[in-house]
Design a binder for this molecule. Structure first.
Ligand SMILES: Cc1ncc(COP(=O)(O)O)c(C=O)c1O
Length: 402
């Protein structure tokens, strides 16, 4: 049986993959992947912000190989070296003092919700942003400010409410004496790539301090160097009390982490939370290799430079094709292009046909999440394909209109 048939028979259809539309990928190297027909694609999806060092980065491969032959898994009943070393590295480079390890972004957020509730008994409410995305577990999807993902799952987890992103008053209005935390993505990803404003973040920080509320940043997508700083919030210098991280941290292996101030972390006692695979030695070794690479001299500076180059390319598209490109948004190598018409999937497919992978979110937004190691030449190559596709669509629309 072909892989596509196996999938249709044996995998629950949550991703809606379709033969002919969705590729069968077999190999990756750097910013490129290959399908089963041997065709090569420039990958600006990066496993949805996971492959920040590209595919099969040598440092990650070496770390995994070495650890896999030594100790693959041990229960959290025992100490293991990679977990302790990774926790130290994360703490040394973040506002957190202690770490809880898990396996995904949703789990990192779950840990944050539980810790926030434990920290201030009696306070259980969490305010999040409209258009946000925080994961698919029941609490994380309740935190997600997009009703379309919540339909049919009711009753949702009590205590979540939604304010308007970049509107401080909207958050302030929802605060009461039962509010435990405010949770936002400093750059909203899945909701359409919206960047927080400095005054908004500073206002949230002040609001939280004044009201004794925890400020939580979900940097599952925008963290790990994506915006050109290790953490997105560094762009504005407004730190959180709790920080959730996942996706890129494991270099392609599953990991999530909650970073917390010591005083807050102390609200968790032995037995309050746990994860069988959390802090797995192989995954933590991979993450250490990722952190080392990201923190190497000049790496993040390069990301900022390439981010400006890519944003410049997108802005040129907007200038050249105002009839199709409505807005360009983003920070570093996390960018979105909003279209005037619902052509996002069509553009995604046409780009794929020309050897470029990009991601359509909703009907009108294209999201670009290239690996941070992509070269300037590869970005130019991607731009040339995208421009050809957009020019082709504009020409066709012009033809229809004339
Ligand atoms: C900001 C953000 N938080 C949480 C998640 C959930 O992460 P995971 O799919 O690893 O549970 C995502 C996934 O896209 C995300 O973008």
């Amino acid at each position: 049986m072909k892989i596509q048939e196996l999938e249709a028979n044996y995998i629950i259809n949550t991703y809606n993959r379709k033969p002919g539309q969705n590729l069968l990928l077999v190999k990756g190297e750097g910013a490129r992947v290959w399908d089963d027909g041997g065709r090569c694609y420039l990958d600006l999806v990066s496993g949805l912000a996971v492959n920040i060092l590209g595919h099969c980065h040598p440092a990650v491969v070496a770390a995994v190989k070495e650890q896999v032959s030594r100790l693959i898994h041990a229960s959290n009943l025992y100490y293991t070296e990679p977990q302790a070393l990774l926790a130290r590295t994360l703490v040394e480079h973040s506002p957190g003092d202690q770490v809880f390890f898990c396996n995904s972004g949703a789990e990192a957020n779950e840990a944050a919700f539980k810790l926030a509730r434990k920290y201030r008994p009696g306070r259980y409410k969490i305010i999040t942003a409209q258009r946000s995305f925080h994961g698919r577990t029941l609490a994380a999807i309740t935190a997600t400010g997009q009703p379309k993902y919540q339909q049919g799952l009711e009753p949702l987890v009590p205590g979540f409410s939604y304010a308007e992103f970049n509107n401080l008053d909207s958050f302030r209005r929802l605060v009461d004496e039962e509010t435990a935390a405010i949770l936002i993505e400093p750059v909203q990803g899945e909701g359409g790539v919206y960047v927080a404003e400095e005054a908004f973040l500073k206002g949230l920080r002040r609001l939280c301090d004044d009201e004794g509320i925890l400020l939580i940043y979900d940097e599952v997508q925008c963290g790990m160097g994506r915006t050109g700083r290790l953490w997105a919030f560094e762009n504005w210098g407004v730190p959180p009390d709790l920080l959730t991280v996942a996706k890129g941290l494991g270099g392609g292996l599953p990991i999530g982490a909650l970073l917390a101030k010591r005083e807050v972390a102390a609200a968790f006692h032995p037995g309050d939370h746990a994860s069988t695979f959390g802090g797995n030695p192989v995954v933590c070794r991979a993450a250490l290799a990722v952190m080392d690479t990201l923190l190497a001299e000049g790496f993040l500076e390069e990301v900022r430079r390439k981010g400006e180059l890519w944003l410049g390319c997108l802005k040129r598209l907007q200038e050249s094709y105002p009839g199709l490109v409505q807005e360009v948004r983003g920070l570093g190598l996390m960018n979105g292009l909003e279209l005037t018409r619902p052509l996002a999937s069509e553009i995604q497919q046409r780009c794929q046909g020309r050897g470029l992978l990009i991601n359509a979110i909703g009907e009108k937004v294209l999201r670009f999440l290239p690996p941070l190691v992509i070269s300037a030449e590869e970005l130019q190559e991607a731009f040339a394909i995208l421009e050809q596709v957009i020019a082709g669509l504009e020409e066709a629309a012009g033809g229809e209109n004339s």
